[in-house]
Write a protein that binds this ligand. Structure first.
Ligand code: GTP
Length: 875
């Protein structure tokens, strides 16, 4: 029949695989049956003659009849189940049959799935998936190979489930122990044995499965199927056979249960699977058990697979399976990252709310992002800076008193490092520790407290070095600047001169086309103060300073001290959230619980919102100004965090320098961490400072610029060093030295300070550093020692030292020093190194050699020649 010449005829012939497909079986099974029937065929492409078809059909009928007979003896067998009489002769019938079988099989699967669900109520999703996959299983089967193409759907069905269905069916007919069916399905081996048991128990009205071992005992027919079944098992495909057999059953007249499974499962299930999902058995998937999958889960960082499964109300195995599909191999105790959590949750349609807890030990580094809706306008925080005697203190006092009169007349004000004033029903917070020291010290500690800087300039004086410094500090902190031209009451006051001078520092008055607000005031006479406050509010309005008051408080310690009566006291500026009495907190490396809280008016508060300065008691130690402050759940936690911070602090104090230095500048640039090199220039005269500034500003190495954040004449002051520390800058001293106090701070803050006296060398050094071309640093590595045992004097050559290498090795061209009685008598190079008469590259320990040294003949017996090389050290 496989005559190739007669292609057309061949085309019309029915092939084994086609027939197998039509009856929802695998080719292998059909081939096995044909063999049993004495009709051997070669392979799945062999032609299925009509005679073969009818014999196979007969075989099926026989099985079915046998089953029907048995069934009639079984009272428990579902009588309502019609015996299939469908003849598969016509293709339509076959198709219908197959469809029915498929449907039946699906139902079986569903049924067993229900059983599974019963056992594991959380497997809804899996069930859903399986249901979705089922109609397509033919294409989806992983077993592949011939089985797939030959067996069509039959070969491709998830066998485990089919086995389950069979088992489940039997269990049901025996009295509906559905749970067992599920178990059977889970263990193919046990399915097999159950099948056997069932077959054996056919007379008892239980299983009538032909696949079982019992079936084998009973006759050829069943033996055949049983064998097929076994072979299926060999291929781990037991269930496929189950289904296939039901397919046969439909065609034959046997009332084999599996056939009924295939076709009439719905009926059966309607009866026996009462109320569960019987209605779904026809064609619809079974109704889901109550889906307890949560709509939303809250995740705080990575989870173990087990924990994730619990959160999702799923089986861990199911989650593991899903992870596997995502390419993640995980065990139940393995942690999965946030991406995987989101993906898995997405698979179940579960929304994930990620609540990453702040990195508690380093809480100051964590930026909390609030929802826009949670933010409310907060008072701006203002710092006043300026040159000595230009009127900072007087201005701060005047503003405070202005506020006292406008706000709370007669109120007692007290110094808590900051105070609040109210104008036009809006509050402004002033840090009343004047001067950039405090301002920049806080910044050096990582606390950006100030929103707006007021630079006070005495109108009768002009721009002075500290004015310039203040401008540099404010600019480095990216703080909007308002210039308060003070002492305008004085007859010699010249506000225009101040404005003019300020333009040199890029602070151009608005009336001159710039964007800097200048306010003329007299702190002493209280002139222009309200205007100044209004301007502050204007800047605040433009910049929209906002914070979320409805969360735990975070802030900065402005001042702290040990009070004789109250114990450690901290003046804290609350920046986010609200601080409440009783709150446990960490401040720097200290911790405590807010015992009492007073504001700048000395009034006791229970709660303090954003931008409110308060004095708190309840600390165990005194923190430092600029220390970060944060509230934690309880005191125990706060204590643990404070302790860990203290340890870490000590370690970092001992540890490496984190400030930028010219030596590691290139590494920072390479890693893309730096786009600007902040530089502070201090020179002997203003002219040199300006010249340096101009030259350095022109440097641009591969997109990295030099940014002069401050320059001035005079010694390097502590303030310069603190500014450098706060701004991660290097300091260049040109013909100047640091002040003694600054020396200490340089050491402490680990600021890179470079002293120079030639301008081009400064430029060269910075350029080279930016290019990573600074001269490499070398270190000496001793390679070995040789003891001089003999001296050979050779004319023209000089003294040859006959040596024994005592340790390491001596390398030709290495550097060498001669040590005589512990004293270095020569340092130079090895000129020649020989083993006997031959030049040697190196001579190792325990070998003799002859060494001559460059321009050195005064070698003596017992001298030690120490060989060393210079290795460059990575910066
Ligand atoms: N005429 C006049 N004198 C003022 C004004 N503001 C301040 N002064 C005086 O200037 C002097 C210095 O004022 P302070 O407020 O102490 O100046 P400061 O900038 O705080 O000074 P330091 O704290 O030393 O940095 C005092 O004698 C004040 O009385 C003003 O608006 N007009």
């Amino acid at each position: 029949m496989n005559n190739k010449q007669d292609g057309k005829e061949n085309k019309d012939k029915l092939r084994i695989y086609e027939y197998a497909k039509s009856v929802n079986m695998s080719s292998k099974e059909i081939i096995t049956i044909l063999k049993r029937l004495g009709l051997p065929v070669n392979n799945h492409m062999s032609v299925m003659e009509n005679e073969m078809v009818s014999k196979v059909e007969g075989f099926f009928r026989e099985i079915k009849e046998n089953a029907a007979v048995k069934k009639s003896n079984e009272p428990s067998t579902a009588k309502a189940k019609p015996v299939s009489t469908t003849n598969a002769d016509s293709p339509q019938d076959k198709k219908q049959n197959t469809d029915e079988k498929r449907q039946g099989t699906m139902n079986s699967i569903n049924m067993s799935e229900n059983q599974k669900r019963e056992q594991r109520p959380q497997s809804n999703q899996a069930t859903r998936e399986q249901r979705e996959q089922k109609p397509r299983t033919g294409q989806n089967r992983p077993q592949g190979g011939q089985g797939q193409s030959q067996g069509g759907q039959g070969g491709n069905r998830p066998q485990g489930q089919r086995s389950q269905s069979g088992t489940g069916y039997q269990n049901r007919s025996q009295g509906g122990q559905g749970g067992q069916g599920g178990q059977g399905g889970n263990r193919s081996g046990s399915t097999q044995s159950q099948g056997g048991n069932r077959s054996q128990g056919g007379s008892q009205g239980t299983g009538a499965r032909p696949q079982g071992q019992g079936g084998q005992n009973r006759g050829t027919t069943t033996t055949t199927t049983s064998k097929a079944f076994e072979s299926r098992f060999e291929n781990s495909r037991s269930t496929s056979d189950d289904r296939n057999h039901s397919g046969h059953g439909n065609k034959g007249k046997h009332s084999n249960k599996r056939f009924e499974d295939g076709r009439n499962n719905s009926n059966f299930r309607n009866k026996n699977n009462r109320g569960r999902n019987g209605r779904n058995n026809q064609s619809q998937p079974p109704r889901e058990k109550v889906d307890n999958t949560p709509k939303k889960i809250i995740v705080r960082g990575t989870l173990t697979v087990g924990d994730l499964a619990k959160l999702l109300h799923k089986d861990a195995s199911e989650v593991i399976k899903k992870l596997l599909f995502l390419g993640v191999m995980a065990t139940i105790n393995q942690e999965v990252d946030m991406d995987a959590i989101l993906l898995i949750a997405g698979e179940y349609g579960v929304e994930v709310e990620v609540k990453i807890p702040v990195e508690e030990d380093n809480f100051e580094t964590v930026e909390e992002v609030d929802e826009e809706a949670d933010l409310v306008t907060r008072p701006p925080v203002v710092t006043i800076m300026g040159h000595v005697d230009h009127g900072k203190t007087t201005l701060l006092d005047a503003i405070r008193k202005t506020s006292v009169t406008t706000g709370e007349a007669g109120g007692i004000t007290q110094h808590i490092g900051a105070y609040q004033v109210e104008i036009n029903s809006k509050k402004i917070t002033f840090l009343d520790t004047p001067g950039h020291e405090a301002f920049t010290l806080m910044r050096a500690r990582g606390a950006q407290v100030t929103d707006i800087t007021i630079i006070v300039v005495a109108a009768d004086d002009g721009i002075m070095p500290q004015t310039v410094e203040a401008i540099s500090h404010a600019k480095a902190a990216n703080c909007p600047i308002i210039v308060a031209v003070n002492k305008i009451d004085k007859p010699e006051a010249n506000a225009d001169k101040i404005k003019q001078e300020m333009t040199e520092y890029e602070l151009v008055p608005e009336e001159w086309g710039g964007d800097t607000i200048f306010v003329e005031v007299s702190a002493k006479q209280r002139i222009g103060l309200e205007n100044l406050l209004e301007m502050i509010l204007l800047v605040a309005e433009v910049n929209e300073y906002k914070a979320n008051p409805n969360k735990r408080a975070r802030g900065t310690v402005i001042e702290a001290e040990l009070d004789k009566g109250k114990g450690p006291v901290a003046r804290v500026l609350v920046q986010h959230g609200s601080l409440k009495v009783g709150d446990a907190f960490v401040a720097g490396n200290c911790f405590g619980r807010v015992r009492a809280m007073v504001n700048d008016r000395g009034r006791r508060l229970k709660e303090a919102g954003p931008s409110t300065p308060v004095e708190i008691t309840g600390l165990t130690e005194v923190p430092l100004a600029g220390d970060p402050f944060m509230v934690f759940e309880d005191e125990r936690k706060a204590r643990a965090i404070a302790e860990r911070r203290a340890i870490k602090h000590r370690q970092t104090e001992i540890g490496a320098n984190t400030r930028v230095t010219l030596d590691d500048l290139y590494n920072h640039i390479k890693e893309g961490e730096m786009k600007e090199l902040n530089v502070i220039i201090k020179a002997d005269v203003q002219g040199s400072a300006e010249a340096l500034k101009g030259s350095l500003a022109k440097i641009d190495v591969e997109g990295v610029r030099v940014k002069i954040i401050h320059s001035g004449a005079g010694a390097i002051t502590e303030s310069d060093v603190i500014l450098a520390s706060a701004s991660n800058a290097i300091v260049i001293g040109f013909n100047v030295r640091p002040e003694p106090q600054a020396e200490y701070t340089i050491e402490q803050e680990k600021v890179d300070v470079r002293m120079h006296s030639i301008i081009y060398k400064v430029i060269d050094e910075i350029e080279q550093a930016m290019k990573g071309l600074l001269e490499p640093v070398y270190k000496e590595v001793v390679t070995g020692h040789a003891e001089v045992r003999n001296i050979f004097k050779v004319s023209k050559v000089g003294a040859i030292a006959g040596c024994m290498v005592t340790d390491g090795k001596i390398v030709r061209n290495a550097e060498a020093r001669v040590i005589r009685d512990g004293i270095v008598v020569y340092t130079g190079k090895i000129d020649s190194l020989k083993r006997y008469k031959d030049d040697a590259k190196e001579v190792a320990q325990g070998f003799e050699c002859g060494i001559t040294l460059e321009r050195f003949n005064d070698i003596k017996e017992s001298d030690i020649i120490e060989a060393f090389v210079m290795e460059s050290v990575e910066r």
